[in-house]
Structures are given as C-alpha cells and as structure tokens.
Design a protein around this ligand. Sequence first.
Ligand code: GLU
Length: 403
Amino acid sequence: MRMTIVTSAALQRIGTSATIAMTQKAREMKARGEDVIVLSAGQPDFDTPMHIREAAFEAMQRGETRYPPIAGIPDLRRAIVDKFRRENSLDYTFEETIVCTGGKQVIANALLATLNPGDEVVIPVPGWVSYAQLAEFCGAKPVLVETKLDTEYKLTPEALDMSITAATRWLIFNNPCNPTGAVYTRSELSALADVLTRHPQVMILTDDMYEHIRYDGIEFATFVEVEPSLRERTLTMNGVSKSYAMTGWRIGYGGGPRALIAAMEKLQTQLTSGACSIAQWAAVSALEGPQDYIGESRAAFEARRNLVVGRLRSIDGLECPTPKGAFYAYPSCAALIGRKAPLGKIIETDEDFALELLATAKVAVVHGGAFGAGPNFRVSYAASTREIEVACDRIDEFVRSLK
Ligand code: GLU
C-alpha cells in the first residue's frame, strides 16, 4: 500500500527556490539535447583559482577528512577574523565567527535560532528569493519593503522607519544587492543606521556576499563598520562563493555577537555539523592566499555588465538600469505585459515572460516576481561574452516576436 506523504505546515508555507527551479529546468532541457543558455544561476563561470584547489587536495592528502569542529576549523575561523579586520575594519573575535554550509545556512541558522510565530522580518524588495521564504518557514511574517528605480532600488531611511513595528526582529539587508545590483554608500548606510539605532529590538542580518563585485570604482561598507554601536545586534554574513568562484564548495560564514553565534552553533550540532572539512581548508587558502582573482574577475564582470546592459537597453520594450555591483541585470518588461508570445500564450506576468522566453528562445532567466517585485527579469551575466551575446540576440528576437 502506498502511503501519502503529508508535509509539515512549515514546508507548505514555502515554495521551491525560484533561482534553483529555473536552473534545474534549464539543465533538464540541456540534458535532453536542447541548446539552452543558462543565465538563471547566479554563479561565476570561472573555475576556482588553482592554488585554492591545490589546498583542498593537500588537505585530503594530509587526512583532513574527519568531522570538523561544528563552528569551523580553527584555521578558517582565524582567517575570517583576519579578513574582517583587513577588509572591513571589524574586530570580531574567534568566538564571534561561525562557518556554515554556504551563506544560505548562515541565514537559515540565524532565523531558525531566533524567530517565533508572529515575529516580523523586514526585507527590502526586489531582494534575494530565499530571505522571505526562510522567514515564512520559521513562522515569521516577511514585511516586504518595495524599493524603486528612482532611488536606484535602495531602501530609504523613511521606508525603513515605516516598516518597523514592535514585532520586528530582523532586517535582512543585501549589499551589493541581488538582483538589482544596488550598492549603498557609506552615508546611505549611516542614515539607515540612524533609524536602526532608534529601534533597539531589531537585529540586522547584512548579506555581504557580493562585497567584491562592484563597478565604477564604487566603495563597499558594511553596517558595523559605519555604526559600531550596532555590533551587538548585527550578523555580518559573507562567504567565498562569489568572491573566489567557489559556489560548489558551500562555505559561508558570519561574524556576530557571541550569544547569537552560540545559538547558531547549537542548531548546527543537530542539523549538518561542521561544513565539509576539505572545503574549509580550501576557504583558508582563498582568504589568506593571493587575491589576484578578485580584481581579474571584477574587470571581466564589469566588461560583461557593460555589454549586457547596452544590449538589453537597445531592445524596444525593455528598460534596463545600470547595476553598480553583483553580476545581474534586472530589466523591466512592464511594456510587454499583455502581448502574445509565439506559442500563443498571453504574457500576463513576468513569470509568463520568463517561461515563454525559455520555451521559445531557450534562454533561462529568473522572473522578478520571485524577488518580491516586478514585472522584471533577472539576467546573470556571470557567463562568457559569447553566451551573453547570443542570449541577447535571442531575447531581442523573442521580444520582437511578441504581438
Ligand atoms: N545566490 C545565487 C542566485 O541568486 C545562488 C542560487 C540560490 O541559492 O538561490 O542565483
């Protein structure tokens, strides 16, 4: 007799990650032999630098293959302390750091360890797909604060202030922002910090994963650096995935108050234990070894940004602002809503647009609705110049074919 699997109420509250669902769909089409260009996954197309891969190999040869400590191997936690000091002028101690299986686990640990039903989590949108979903999983209420193109998709102090209530537990803040590419200046952060100072019940999770991917010489700053008094209620999150082309190694980390880190560690003892030992040794080499990759990849991404933005802007019906960081373009397709796609479907939402684009033009992107606002779509330009060019040709042709 077949049993019906009844999923938990918590699981029923969330959907599958849209970035992953779209990429999975595109991978399956590719496996069937279809010529799909995948611009849905946000990951550098570069290989992990050789010295990092070698460090992993050496770790395996030394026999670093057993359970690592839950919060991370001491060498990596020390490298994280150094990184925060060197690059962000932050003075986290060893005990104030934690290593997790990807940045996603840093966020999940923090939210699962602190949220109760009825709590509110402020999330500027468009914002990364998993923030709101993870908050919902915890039984909390995501409070989506819409940012607009006329403020470069940046959260304003007024909007932040209005979104906070007595029930607010967290602000999840992503800088540079996935998907909009917004990068906050020091003075913008300082103005937001002033608001947060007036609301001592709010903790801040700052997702700095795209710290090194910035253009036009724009600077990076993070909350605690700008307003040290927020240190006791901020989790500064980062990872090696984007900065060192290490998405598959699954190493994210955080710096935060000791009690929060201890709570996250406690949860991790029950969930995943320590992150992969070999990947942790690779991450030590990433943080402490030569840093040339960062500058080289940034230059490559900047050239691709210029290419993709130029091409998308030239397409009648799309509006594409210039991202200042991360590796995504986020064009608006508002002018195309209501048109008919070649396979007969009327495009009513940005999801329809993305699905028809995939079906007809074989280009995988992620619809803006998944990021909490639209109608837009996200194009990852962490792909080769050739792929970007062909993808833009196809998007152009697809948009022209809409009636
Ligand atoms: N952060 C990446 C993205 O937005 C990775 C995929 C994911 O985990 O959502 O595409």
